[in-house]
Design a protein around this ligand. Structure first.
Ligand SMILES: [Cu+2]
Length: 100
């Protein structure tokens, strides 16, 4: 009985600290230099639901770590367009759990 209680406690603590996140990759047409990279990083950097941004000049790709469902794919698309680029493909890679 005591063991069960301890297990329940561990499980509920685990749940409280676990946040769902996802990785989104955006293929972007028009990334040509470090300034492009910089402006995209800044745009996505303003979003509260984005925890990590990697812009690859070589791969012409943005990799975002975001909340479970925000920003929406539409918002991501629009942000890229607003920055002056064309998103060609958006891929939601994985929903995964991490400890906050
Ligand atoms: Cu540029």
């Amino acid at each position: 009985m005591r063991k069960l209680l301890a297990l329940t406690l561990v499980l509920s603590l685990g749940l409280a600290q676990t946040v769902l996140a996802r990785t989104v990759e955006v293929y972007v047409h028009g990334i040509t230099c470090a300034f492009c990279v910089d402006s995209l990083e800044r745009k996505f950097g303003k979003m509260e639901s984005v925890s990590k941004i990697q812009v690859s000049l070589k791969m012409k790709k943005i990799r975002l770590e975001t909340d479970e469902s925000l920003p929406s794919v539409d918002t991501i698309k629009q942000t890229v367009i607003d920055a002056g680029f064309t998103p060609t493909k958006i891929e939601v890679l994985s929903d995964r759990k991490f400890q906050k």
